[in-house]
Design a binder for this molecule. Structure first.
Ligand SMILES: [Zn+2]
Length: 438
């Protein structure tokens, strides 16, 4: 099967996309200026952010208005609306979803941003700046303008082309976003999620993601005056009868998690991932005396909030058992004498996405990229999780492919190169023609 659109179709679509560059940049700036922080982000007040996701959805609906597609702005919760636009095909072709999320993570602190404004959407040095530029309003707008280019080019696709701008991705709320779209009937024969590309591999095709697990480890100590430290740790002292510093226990647990991570770097391999890609990351460590965060007492409680990235083919239960066995063994060391061992709470699992590298959508995307750019794309694993997992689980073969560098996602001075956004839009338009048929 040929996925390459005829040369005149390619030329027309490419010219349309290039002709819309200024409008695309304008709409991207506008989208970034809407502070669509996911309202359920820990530590954020829901009411401060509720409604902004819906504002981005409505902006995208306006971008696509008048180009002949059916637009559906809907949400399962007020203020958290998705935008779906369907460009109906004339029949006899395969359908395609172009998917992306409208929500972003908080930008704090503002002082880390050049110019002090994470929502500026300013255009400077060939780039658009602001929270969400690469994760992933740049990709979303590239998809929207690809759909516009197809619609306005006069080329009638055979299969349906479906744009999905979804909420809640950053907090793992796929049931409000991507899964809600699938359940509303917006399904297709394949999907592309416009997440940014791996660091150092611009516009790479990512058929696979790792799986991610969020877990919490709690260690209970025993409070006492910090002057009792010597008594609690010296040989022959009163030991845990007087006190146990939970901060020390946290240190031991973290040491074991780092050892596990080193072990994984030697043991876990995957052909699409660079060595050492599967990691155990402790992002929050908290330990304090019951009286509060001052060090004149032994810490009564320590909490580690951790994320682990497991290999796509790992069995999730095996991974959980391995972590639990390692941490339980720490709880049997002398420092824990007479104490309850560490408690492990599994908070969330986002399963891996696993599209075959020789699947039809990967072949079609390779052909579209090559036709748009004249070179062969890199094919590698994605460095984070994406809604491609839930598209696949909903029965839609899915990959990620998008503009921007994931190293800038969730960071200060997030930005995206305009040339790369337009380049991605060209690929999406040619993919639509090649996959859906003309
Ligand atoms: Zn993202």
């Amino acid at each position: 099967m040929s996925y390459r659109p005829a040369v005149d179709v390619s030329d027309r679509l490419t010219a349309r996309v290039e002709g819309s560059r200024d409008a695309l940049v304008g709409a991207l700036s506008e989208a970034i200026a809407i502070p669509s922080v996911v309202p359920t982000f820990p530590g954020e007040r829901r009411e401060d952010h509720l409604g902004r996701e819906g504002d981005v959805a409505r902006l995208l609906a306006r971008v696509l208005e008048g180009c002949g597609c059916e637009i559906d702005v809907f949400g399962l919760e007020p203020g958290r609306e998705n935008c779906v636009a369907v460009l109906r095909g004339r029949g006899g072709g395969r359908s395609l979803i172009l998917n992306g999320h409208v929500d972003v993570v908080p930008p704090q602190p503002d002082s880390d941003w050049t110019g002090g404004d994470p929502w500026s959407g300013r255009v400077d040095d060939g780039q658009v700046w602001g929270r969400g530029a690469c994760d992933m309003k740049g990709g979303l707008l590239a998809e929207a303008f690809a759909l516009r280019a197809v619609a306005e080019s006069g080329i009638r696709l055979r299969g349906d082309l479906i744009f999905q701008a979804v909420v809640g991705e950053e907090m793992m709320e796929h049931e409000l976003g991507t899964t809600a779209c699938l359940e509303r009937g917006y399904r297709a024969d394949a999907a592309v999620v416009a997440e940014p590309s791996p660091h150092g591999a611009p516009l790479a095709i990512c058929p696979t993601t790792p799986g991610v697990m969020w877990f919490t480890v709690t260690a209970m100590g025993k409070g006492a005056h910090s002057g009792m430290r010597a008594e609690t740790i010296r040989r022959g002292g009163a030991g845990s009868a007087v006190g146990v510093n939970a901060a020390d226990l946290a240190w031991l647990l973290q040491g074991e998690l780092l050892a596990l991570e080193r072990d994984w770097s030697k043991r876990k391999h995957h052909p699409l991932f660079r060595p050492g890609s599967f990691t155990v990351h402790t992002g929050v460590v908290y330990a304090a005396p019951a009286a509060g965060p001052m060090p004149f007492g032994l810490a009564e409680k320590a909490v580690l909030e951790c994320i682990l990235w497991h290999a796509p083919d790992d069995d999730p239960d095996t991974v959980r058992h391995e972590v639990e066995a390692r941490l339980r063994a720490v709880g049997e060391r002398p420092e824990w004498r007479g104490r309850e061992g560490p408690r492990i709470e599994w908070r969330h699992h986002w399963p891996a996405a696993k599209e075959a590298v020789d699947s039809e959508i990967v072949a079609a995307l390779r052909a579209a990229h090559a036709a748009a750019h004249g070179d062969q794309p890199t094919v590698e694993g994605f460095a984070a999780v994406a809604d491609s997992t839930y598209l696949q689980r909903g029965g839609v073969p899915a990959v990620t492919y998008g503009p921007g560098d994931i190293a800038l996602a969730h960071a200060a001075d997030e930005r995206i190169a305009i040339d790369e956004v337009v380049a991605a839009a060209r690929t999406y338009a040619l993919l639509a023609a090649g996959w859906c048929g003309t």
